[in-house]
Design a protein. Structure first.
Length: 378
């Protein structure tokens, strides 16, 4: 909220507080009736705007929570599929091991004798031949032991994978239930926004839009005057330029919570898709983008960097240069170019600050996958 709007709200609150806390005369007088609740038409525009901004922010926060749960569910579904395939292979191996063990048992039964190898050696006409036979028998015994070992290992592996698969499926079901709960929370917040907007007259809506434009313009002037932005006309990196071009190609497309394009976007859906098309995959949510990407000072901003808003990082836009961002603002609006100070700024991140960061991440992901396969094999 801008300084001017904050002063208006604080002044109104102070006046209201003074009215409530005014001293009561010493003489007994009847208590006045409680004032009737004001209608929407009687409320000042500053108050209405504050309520709307609060609702929009709560809706966006709920959207980012939904997006985060959806991303976790997507990864968990992939893990369930991986474990199912590994379990299927383990069961096939177990079937083969049991078949080999069965053949071994039949052979051992058919070749069984009550005469010990020592007695056979004493009775043999050719002791050297008997010793050679004993060597072959020893080799067969080792092979049988290996067969039994493989069977035991296959059973142990299949049992372990079955337990992991059950646990992974339980986690998936839990995430699916949470996703539904998060989705319902978003819908509730959006319904509150729509309900408030529907109660406003055309005159109020026009005045509200003009008041908000003035508030943003004032915040932008204060931000520029603070010197937080450098006067340097920085150029984007190669990937940053591609991300900017992609984002600008989406101008005019509607905002929709949870959307990642190509026809609709939410705020982090736009930034993640833009950088993904530039060859640098990003985390799905604005909160994860803020938490996991390299942070930079605002005075070092260059086109393609991401500007994150609000204390809980629930909104994000892409810097274009000259104090402008491209963003998917909120429900009812479209992807557009806006002043950088359209919302309270938390900070900025640079997806390609370390040129080899994505290669390192890819290598780490590959190593993690290999480690998981090795654990399953054991």
């Amino acid at each position: 909220m801008s300084g001017r709007l904050l002063r208006l709200v604080c002044t109104a609150a102070a006046v209201a507080a003074g009215t409530v806390l005014a001293p009561v005369p010493a003489t007994a007088v009847p208590e006045p009736d409680a004032p009737a609740e004001r209608t929407v038409a009687e409320r000042p525009v500053a108050e209405l705007l504050t309520d709307l901004q609060t609702l929009y922010r709560e809706a966006e926060q709920a959207t980012e929570t939904y997006n985060s749960t959806e991303e976790k569910l997507r990864k968990q579904q992939a893990e369930v599929r991986r474990l199912d395939l590994a379990l299927a292979r383990a069961r096939l191996s177990l079937h083969d091991s049991r078949g080999a063990a069965g053949r071994l048992a039949r052979q051992q039964y058919q070749n069984s004798t009550d005469i010990s190898p020592y007695v056979r050696l004493l009775l043999a006409r050719d002791p050297q031949h008997a010793l050679d036979q004993g060597h072959v028998i020893g080799q067969l015994a080792r092979e049988r032991a290996e067969t039994i070992g493989r069977l035991t290992g296959s059973e142990r592996k299949a049992d372990g994978l079955a337990r992991k698969a059950r646990t992974a499926l339980d986690t998936q079901l839990t995430l699916a239930a949470r996703q539904k709960k998060d989705r319902d929370a978003v819908r509730k917040k959006l319904h509150d926004v729509e309900e408030l907007l529907a109660s406003l007259t055309e005159e109020q809506l026009t005045e509200l839009a003009r008041f908000e434009e003035d508030e943003v313009a004032e915040a932008q002037d204060e931000f520029i005057a603070s010197g937080a932005l450098s006067d340097d006309d920085r150029k984007p990196s190669s990937r940053g330029g591609k991300a900017v071009r992609y984002a600008m190609d989406q101008l005019g497309k509607p905002y929709k919570w949870g959307a990642e394009g190509p026809g609709e976007y939410d705020c982090s859906g736009l930034t993640s898709q833009a950088w993904g098309h530039a060859g640098t995959p990003l985390p799905r949510t604005s909160q994860e983008q803020w938490a996991r990407l390299p942070r930079i000072p605002l005075e070092e901003l260059r086109p393609g960097d991401l500007v994150v808003y609000f204390p809980d990082a629930t909104h994000v836009g892409m810097y274009l240069g000259k104090g402008k961002i491209v963003q998917a603002p909120r429900t009812g609006e479209k992807v557009k170019v806006s002043p950088i100070a359209s919302h309270p700024i938390l900070g900025a991140v640079r997806p390609d600050k370390a040129p080899d960061a994505q290669d390192a991440q890819d290598a780490q992901d590959a190593q993690d996958a290999q480690d998981a396969q090795d654990r399953d094999a054991r």
